[in-house]
Design a protein around this ligand. Structure first.
Ligand SMILES: [Zn+2]
Length: 265
């Protein structure tokens, strides 16, 4: 039996393993950075939506104050005209206009009060949140309970953390780039070689590795597949020892003698 084909594949697995072990130096940093980024977006949105509400309150308040001032000026004007009124009819008409402006003022003041109450309510809720934080009852805190200052602090902390992790990852990537590139080049050459020599084995390899599984080719360990620890039937040992391969019945991995990995180095 010609075993050179499987040797080619073991060599490919060996190269892929080397890349994998270098990438694992990144210690889950890319995933950590993604998670931090998500938190960052969430916190930023919370802060922005609070700012939007505060801005709207400010705008409404200044508009209401303006309305009140205009009404007051009109009232002064009408009262002055009343002193010059030539008859009761004219006087009463002005009184009605004054009454109307007074109602406008009262309405504006109610709206101002509503805003003040809304702000007070939000502050009360945040006060409750601060209390829960002091008692370490974080799981009971809702979004609106988070006090403004703590939310801003949280944003700063997240920015710092994500910058730090990015820097860490970048330095690892830079340090290992040369090795990874060299290995990737070797992988491409090896794949080209196998494509012409043993296309079906390569397809099997790629199919096994299409999910999360990295080790498609594994060694026989204590008479079992080292990928899933399922025993390999005794009658297949001889072929493995002779340099052949066995497809694990349990996990589908390609099982070879560990000697082949040593030779692949
Ligand atoms: Zn297995």
């Amino acid at each position: 039996m010609d075993h050179t084909k499987i040797n080619l594949l073991v060599r490919l697995q060996h190269l892929d393993n080397q890349i994998e072990s270098i990438v694992s130096l990144q210690k889950g940093l890319p995933e950590e950075i993604d998670a931090l980024d998500e938190d960052l977006v969430f916190t930023t949105r919370q802060i922005e939506s609070r700012k939007k509400i505060a801005d709207e309150h400010l705008k409404t308040r200044s508009r209401l104050h303006e309305t009140i001032n205009e009404c007051k000026n009109k009232i002064l004007n009408f009262k002055e005209k009343q002193t010059l009124a030539r008859n009761n009819k004219e006087y009463d008409a002005l009184s009605k206009q004054i009454e109307y402006e007074e109602k406008e003022i009262a309405q504006a003041e109610i709206q101002l009060q509503d805003i003040v109450h809304t702000i007070q309510r939000a502050q009360e809720i945040q006060k409750k949140g601060r209390q829960l934080i002091a008692e370490n009852r974080y799981d009971e805190i809702t979004e609106e309970m988070m006090p403004d200052d703590i939310l801003h602090q949280q944003l700063e902390d997240l920015k710092k953390q994500v910058d730090q992790k990015r820097e860490e990852l970048e330095s690892i990537v830079i340090e290992t780039a040369e090795d990874v590139n060299l290995l990737k080049k070797k992988v491409m050459e090896q794949r080209a070689l196998i494509t012409s020599e043993a296309k079906r084995l390569l397809d099997k390899y790629d199919h096994l590795r299409s999910g999360t599984l990295q080790n498609a080719v594994v060694s026989l360990n204590r008479n079992a597949c080292s990928g899933c620890n399922t025993r390999v039937p005794t009658n297949r040992h001889t072929m493995i020892v002779q340099g052949g391969f066995y497809l694990c019945e349990s996990c589908g991995r390609i099982v070879v003698h560990e000697r082949l990995f040593e030779e692949a180095e």
